[in-house]
Design a protein around this ligand. Structure first.
Ligand code: UDP
Length: 332
């Protein structure tokens, strides 16, 4: 298939683009490079630099008739930031997704894989979280993605759009020592901790030590980026064979195991041999206390099987990348 990968110059999108190429698909990456990196785009993938708000650019790409499916990664991703500038999240994540979907419908492209998030669930009613559990986001990031999931349901029902919505829990790790996470500025826990281990930051803040969790810090379910990427290929394959009436594919993606912020720091101390200074700080707005996935559904239905289910190997792979590339991809 020929797949349009929005955000394919970003952390997860670039790994998926590479995996698609290895599986024999053709890839067109569409990215405005606001957060992505030209160097992260796989060598034999085509890069079109453009913005999702530019309907004309999307029409030109999709209207060629060559695109069989769209994978949509491009988005703002920081939950903390979404509680300061929610309007940017609704513009980039919700409105731009609608523009993309409109262009797809106009061009008759009917397969869509959506990067959704555990943030849909807010403070979940039970753990581990299953796909049909109630959604009530506690931050604007989660809401901006939930609105897209809601639109998708109607587009499926009314226009026969075939889609998969993959709710990522906490993506971490590196697919290869030369392809990893490089956000600017970096806010995610694992890379922030590793910046300290590299001597590029003096300490890492622990945001909140008074949560109702065993050690008072937030608990998250970390999933290796390659395992996450593999799920996209399985979802694409399932959509290829799906009929217009088949149910949408909704899957939670994690390892079913939670680690507190303090536990992640401890694992990183072991992996790096660095003491990693922490400073206990106030809570970050919008953070749910515990997010742990049940991924039984995707295991059962698509035979998804994580290769790196343990946190140590996830952190080790991230450490290899950060040590080899302390400046990430450098200047684009
Ligand atoms: N966190 C932290 N210090 C940091 C970055 C993150 O204590 O410098 C916490 C954050 O509050 C959350 C967890 O680590 O509880 C994971 O945060 P991250 O931003 O990596 O991912 P999120 O869960 O927001 O998607």
């Amino acid at each position: 298939m020929k797949v349009l990968v929005t955000g394919g110059a970003g952390y997860i999108g670039s790994v998926v683009a590479e995996m698609l190429l290895q599986a024999g698909h053709e890839v067109v990456v569409f990215d405005n490079l606001s957060h992505g990196h030209r160097q992260a785009v796989p060598k034999n993938g085509e890069l079109v630099v453009g913005d999702l708000a530019d309907r004309g650019a999307l029409d030109r790409l999709l209207g060629s008739g060559a695109i069989d499916a769209v994978m949509h990664f491009a988005a703002l991703i920081e939950a903390g930031e979404s509680m300061q500038v929610p309007e940017q999240f609704f513009r980039n994540n919700t409105a731009n997704a609608l523009t993309l979907l409109e262009a797809m419908l106009a061009a008759g492209v009917k397969r869509f894989v959506f990067s959704s998030t555990a943030a849909l669930f807010g403070n979940p009613d039970r753990t581990p979280i299953e796909e049909d559990d109630p959604v009530h986001p506690t931050n604007a990031y989660g809401e901006s993605k939930l609105l897209v999931e809601r639109m998708l349901r109607w587009f499926h029902q009314i226009h026969g759009l075939r889609y998969a919505s993959l709710r990522y829990f906490n993506a971490a790790g590196a697919a290869r020592p030369d392809q990893g996470e490089a956000h600017q500025p970096e806010t995610h826990l694992v890379p922030r901790i590793l910046e300290v281990a590299l001597g590029r930051a003096e300490h890492v803040n622990i945001f909140g030590t008074d949560y109702p969790t065993p050690d008072g810090t937030c608990v998250r379910d970390y999933i290796h980026v390659s395992d996450l990427a593999h799920a996209h290929l399985l979802a694409l394959h399932a959509l290829e064979n799906a009929s217009e009436n088949s149910n949408p594919l909704l899957y939670n993606l994690g390892n079913g195991q939670g680690f507190s912020v303090r536990e992640v720091v401890e694992v990183a101390r072991k992996v790096t041999g660095h003491p990693i200074r922490v400073i206990e700080s106030p809570r970050r707005a919008g953070d749910p206390a515990v997010l742990i996935a049940s991924s039984e559904k995707i295991r059962r239905e698509l035979s998804w099987q994580p290769m790196f289910p343990d946190l140590k190997s996830i952190v080790e792979s991230a450490w290899q990348w950060h040590r080899a590339h302390p400046d990430g991809y450098g200047r684009d």
